[in-house]
Design a protein around this ligand. Structure first.
Ligand code: BT5
Length: 269
């Protein structure tokens, strides 16, 4: 616990003063503890360390800048000032095979919160992207520590491009400001997203609801896509997401393929 306190003490502030009605509505969950840092390697890495040192569930780590922001499978995540980069420490009562539900729940909650706050219409792309127009607005990185089927903790990392200009974005990316023409308040966005995630948390008991809601806002529903897997490429119409989080594709020779990892590209033809 001492180590947790030491690490927490390096945060520059407890960022959010939550409105009273927000706190009243969520009495069943542990309170949020939000730690904001100016600069971290990765909020997921810091949240993971805090989790290993017994920090409580719903500890949230936010950084203005990440110098080693991470995507899936060792991908780099560009995280300059102007974006919202944060990770939530969770200790969900979920078996390992259901852990992916957190990622889909978080994507829907983030989409709704961004829409409510900014009136921008955000869509979802399998497996972990938030898109605006045809470009990548953000992504989710779910990491965990498990013992057999049991999840000790999960780190839900969310990255959103908010106020960056074109020069601060990698190819294929977009920020909220580039579309809205406005500067958005990071703190208000974070608060709205956390509020949505917490208020939809009970849905973890209803996997089909989570997956259906995700699918109804999926940008490639049902479009021709190509999914690149480590040793294979699958091309066809994306037809559905299964309860286990995999994407169901009807291939060009009318076979049904289920893919549970990979990078998806929407085909124009
Ligand atoms: C993701 O990975 O989309 C998950 C990104 C999660 C980032 C958050 S930020 C807070 C927390 N702390 C972390 O260290 N990570 C999480 P993936 O699907 O693998 O996509 C990565 C790819 O997106 C890269 O290979 C680039 O092509 C592209 N990319 C990199 N930075 C980007 C950005 N800022 N905006 C849009 N695309 C980006």
């Amino acid at each position: 616990m001492e180590a947790v306190l030491r690490l927490a003490a390096t945060a520059i502030s407890d960022w959010l003063t939550l409105k009273p009605q927000f706190l009243e509505r969520e009495s069943r969950l542990l309170p949020l503890k939000i730690l904001r840092y100016e600069r971290l390697l990765s909020t997921n890495t810091t949240a993971y360390r805090l989790a290993e040192q017994s920090a409580p569930e719903w500890t949230v780590v936010v950084a203005d800048v990440q110098t080693k922001g991470r995507g899936r499978g060792g991908n780099k995540w560009e995280s300059p000032k102007g974006g919202l980069w944060f990770s939530i420490l969770l200790r969900p009562n979920l078996p390992n095979p259901r852990l992916h539900l957190l990622q889909f729940l978080a994507a829907t909650a983030t989409r709704k919160a961004v829409e409510n706050e900014t009136a921008l219409s955000v869509m979802l792309k399998w497996p972990n992207d938030l898109v605006l127009g045809n470009a990548k607005l953000g992504g989710i990185l779910l990491e965990s520590k498990t013992q057999g089927e049991k999840v000790s903790f999960a780190i839900l990392g969310i990255g959103l491009n908010v106020n960056q200009g074109k020069a601060q974005l990698p190819p294929g990316a977009i920020s909220m400001r580039l579309v809205s023409g406005k500067q958005h308040e990071l703190r208000a966005l974070l608060r709205a997203i956390l509020d949505q995630i917490r208020s939809s948390f009970d849905e973890l008991d209803h996997p089909s609801k989570i997956m259906q809601e995700w699918w109804s806002n999926c940008i490639h529903r049902p479009l021709r896509v190509q999914v690149t897997l480590p040793e294979d490429t699958v091309t066809g119409i994306s037809r559905a997401v299964a309860e286990d989080g995999s994407l169901i594709i009807e291939t060009d020779d009318h076979r049904i393929r289920k893919v549970n990892e990979g990078s998806l590209r929407i085909l124009d033809d």
